[in-house]
Design a protein around this ligand. Structure first.
Ligand code: UD1
Length: 429
């Protein structure tokens, strides 16, 4: 169990470099299966989800190592296409290995993926896309068997722009004979980075960032070096932390356009935002004002992953802000914990109303999921007294060193957790 001990009240000042993107790195790690030789990835965040992806690659017979922020993958000796349930349930992105295995071996045997419980999270759209390409998929309860099949190009119409389904379709389409068009594709930056990676590997692929992605061939190159882009949600986390606590923070090595929907609302709430192509500065003073409605939507709309973070920033604002969650059915799981700190939030179905209070008071909380857990930390930083966040590992699935980043900005918190069997304990408060 990880433990975060937070003493609220400090303003955040200084600058911070944003970590590499989790959601870009994970599908790219799966895509390494398409390379018959060596891949070197730079700026890979050290995360539990990355560990889980490397474990899957090793299980399949690849060499997969992380040294600092570099990852080396050699998939030349791939020897299997079965991923056991114990590895599948470690994270959501394990499901992207289905498209990658189909592309490399024509078959796959796996089970339903794990990940944060934010609602039902079915994989019907992934299966629809892969079946359109000719995959022969059988489902038996939690188990999924893709029998050997030759894939052929197809027109895939996604009824909803699912990020994961788009990624799976792109990977499998690389091995298909003929052209594939994915219509209604997700437009997230992670789709663009996956396209860039696949191009580097020798795929003829275009359209990422629009709602139609076209894949028309693949001549694999036997090595590639690729840099993972910055994590837009980690960037959003730090600007929301500054908004929650007050202060003046500069984020470097990021692309603020990728979280401009978040910056836009922070600006409406009274923060001063200054951005250049790879950096953003936020100044927050006094109480924020109410905003809204904040409606989550597929990119370039407001990201559902940032909803708990922006909510945490607004708990002490003036007036009432309304959130409407349209992506996941159960994404207000942070709310009972925030209420324990004294926040006034009313949830009714997909809508949450946050009425700002003058002060929050520290309490003992339990992290419910990755971004919800991060939201509790931000709220704790803006509360009086001490907040404890106990976490069964969610936060470290997605943040490399949230404790270090916040401390370097002047926040007062301590993290105790276990990484690779080593107890990590930041200095006492
Ligand atoms: C990805 C991100 C996650 C983010 C989400 C939405 C990764 C590793 N995770 O998740 O952080 O919150 O995008 O931006 O990149 N759906 C179906 N059937 C499917 C697939 C999805 O009904 O087959 C539904 C989901 O239940 C959800 C919505 O579509 O309601 C969005 O899901 P999707 O875009 O697929 O998200 P993920 O790829 O799981």
């Amino acid at each position: 169990m990880d433990l975060w001990r937070i003493r609220g009240g400090a303003r955040l000042e200084g600058d911070s470099v944003v970590q590499g993107s989790k959601n870009a790195a994970l599908p790219i790690l799966a895509a390494c299966l398409l390379c018959p030789g060596r891949v070197e990835l730079l700026r890979v965040p050290r995360l539990r989800d990355v560990d889980a992806a490397l474990e899957i690659l090793r299980h399949l017979g690849c060499r997969a190592e992380q040294e600092g922020d570099r990852v080396y993958i050699d998939a030349s000796r791939l020897s299997g296409s079965v991923i056991p349930r114990s590895l599948m349930e470690k994270m959501r992105s394990s499901v992207i290995f289905m498209g990658a295995l189909l592309a490399r071996t024509g078959q796959a045997s796996l089970s339903m993926p794990g990940g944060c419980r934010l609602g039902k999270r079915p994989i019907d759209l992934h299966l629809l896309a892969l079946r359109e390409l000719g995959a022969r998929i059988e489902e038996a309860g939690e188990e999924i068997l893709c029998r050997p099949a030759l894939l052929r190009g197809a027109e895939i119409r996604l009824p909803f722009p699912s990020v994961g389904a788009t990624e799976n379709a792109m990977l499998a389409a690389c091995a298909a004979r003929g052209e594939t068009r994915i219509l209604g594709a997700a437009r997230e930056p992670e789709i663009v980075s996956l396209q860039a990676f696949l191009r580097g590997l020798g795929a003829r692929i275009s359209g990422a960032g629009t709602d139609t992605v076209t894949v028309s061939g693949f001549r694999p190159r036997d090595s590639l070096r690729f840099r993972i882009p910055a994590d837009r949600i980690a960037g959003a986390t730090l600007v929301c932390a500054c908004a929650a606590c007050g202060g003046d923070v500069l984020l470097r090595n990021c692309d603020p356009r990728q979280f401009s929907a978040v910056l836009h609302f922070l600006n409406d709430a009274g923060c001063v935002i200054m951005q250049k192509h790879d950096r953003v500065r936020i100044k927050a003073a006094g109480r924020l004002c109410s905003i809204g409605p904040v409606v989550t939507a597929p990119y370039p709309g407001f990201p559902t992953d940032a909803q708990p973070l922006l909510m945490a920033a607004l708990l002490r604002s003036e007036g009432e802000s309304v959130f409407r969650e349209t992506i996941f059915e159960d994404r207000y799981r942070q709310v009972p914990a925030l209420q324990k700190l004294g926040a006034q939030i009313r949830v009714q179905g997909r809508e949450a109303r946050v009425r700002g209070v003058k002060r929050l008071r520290g309490a003992a909380l339990e992290a419910t999921d990755l971004r919800g857990g991060a939201a509790m930390i931000l709220a704790g930083l803006s509360a009086e007294g001490e907040t404890l966040v106990r976490d069964a590992g969610h936060i470290r699935r997605g943040y490399e060193d949230l404790n270090g980043s916040l401390r370097s900005l002047g926040a007062c918190l301590m993290y105790e957790g276990e990484e690779h069997g080593i107890i990590q304990n930041s200095e006492a408060l």
